[in-house]
Design a protein around this ligand. Structure first.
Ligand code: ADP
Ligand code: MG
Length: 356
């Protein structure tokens, strides 16, 4: 297993915005990192840069402590010690499973006995030991993806790069395969970089999640930290369906780890790390509760703009006004609410961060 370093890596196609823009990323050796972001944010380009299928316009890339791109140097993909798995499995249809997995070992001119042992180990690891003589068309989608993974593993790369490998599978099978990928990662003891646009998948799989937007890295953290302490409005929204509300942050700290904020002429003490001045309050649906008017504690006041039924609850979009700011938040409600209805909300959680 090897660590991966990207230092200020930029890749631009044509004259538009950079597909990958000043990316700094450290993937520790043996880590399972998910590269997460909306379609078109530059995930595949970042992966191809690590693989050596793209050349950076600027910046440096290192794998296992060795410079592979930048400073006038470029190591070809086949010399980087990496394996790749794509959404389309790219198996040879005329070869059986064994021959597909063996292919890369033949290319590397490994002796036959070594090839056999490695194919056997790789098929064992992905749970396909009994399927060596099948052709790809005799396998399910999930099995084909395992063959593709076995083919990468057989080469024993120090890093495996996976570009939305489960995107073609239906939801049920995808969940099964997520658990399988975690197990295989543990047993293979290899660094995994796994691209996905699905936040639930990233959270389920990875030790570390790197969130990208518009070519830029927004935050790298474990799932819980992204959920509880988003670094920006984009992460709050993308990870937890959170909304952000502009607030004034007071200079005084009510306690360690808490920020004092002013909103609708009331004071709230909530977790956060914002300096005094202009801030943003991130509120996930679960951070707000419908509350009695005039009950204890501060209240946010707003009106219901939209309501939809989701996961057994009604998910309300509530507009709250504060001076010149008009913001939207979402809150779960056990009962149906009318559009336009006035509601009071108690903030039971939230996260205060500095305004961008
Ligand atoms: P993602 O994998 O996150 O969906 P990509 O890395 O594929 O995003 O693409 C990022 C941006 O770069 C997109 O705007 C895409 O259109 C552009 N792009 C990617 N590859 C090329 C290419 N070979 N030529 C021109 N534009 C490209
Ligand atoms: Mg992509």
């Amino acid at each position: 297993m090897a660590q991966i370093e990207l230092g200020d890596v930029t890749r631009r196609f044509g004259t538009g915005a950079a597909a990958v823009d000043g990316l700094n990323l450290h993937v520790p050796a043996g880590c399972f990192l998910a590269l997460l972001g909306p379609s078109g944010c530059g995930k595949t380009t970042a992966l191809r840069l690590i693989a050596g299928l793209e050349r950076p316009d600027s910046g440096v890339i290192g794998i296992g402590g060795r410079l592979v791109a930048g400073d006038g140097l470029f190591v070809e993909p086949e010399d980087r010690g990496i394996g790749m798995v794509f959404q389309s499995y790219a198996l040879w249809p005329h070869m059986d499973v064994f021959a597909n997995v063996e292919f890369g070992l033949r290319v590397r001119r490994l002796p036959a006995a070594e090839r056999r042992a490695r194919v056997r180990d790789a098929l064992e690891l992905v749970g396909l030991a009994g399927h060596a003589r099948r052709r790809p068309h005799e396998l399910s989608g999930g099995q084909r993806q395992r063959v593709a993974l076995a083919r990468s593993l057989a080469v024993r790369p120090s890093v495996i790069l996976l570009d939305e490998p489960l995107a073609n599978l239906d939801a049920h099978l995808r969940e099964q395969m997520q658990a399988e990928f975690r197990r295989i990662h543990r047993e293979a003891k290899t660094t995994f970089v796994f691209v996905t646009h699905d936040q639930a998948e990233a959270m389920a799989l990875a030790d570390l999640v790197a969130v990208m937007d518009a070519g830029r890295l927004q935050q790298v953290a474990d799932a819980q930290t992204l959920f509880r302490k988003p670094a920006c409005a984009m992460v709050a929204r993308f990870i937890a369906g959170g909304r952000t509300v502009p607030v004034a942050v007071a200079p005084e700290r009510p306690a360690e780890g808490l920020c004092r904020i002013r909103l609708q002429e009331q004071v709230f003490d909530l977790p956060g790390d914002a300096p005094s001045g202009q801030g943003l309050l991130c509120l996930r649906p679960r951070d707000l509760a419908l509350a009695q008017e005039g009950g204890p504690g501060p209240r946010l006041h707003g009106h219901v703009e939209d309501a939809r039924f989701e996961g057994g609850d009604h998910l309300l979009t509530v507009v709250i006004e504060d001076g010149p700011h008009r913001s939207r938040v979402t809150v779960r409600s056990a009962s149906a609410r009318r559009r336009g209805e006035a509601v009071s909300l108690a903030a039971t959680g939230g996260w205060v961060l500095r305004a961008a």
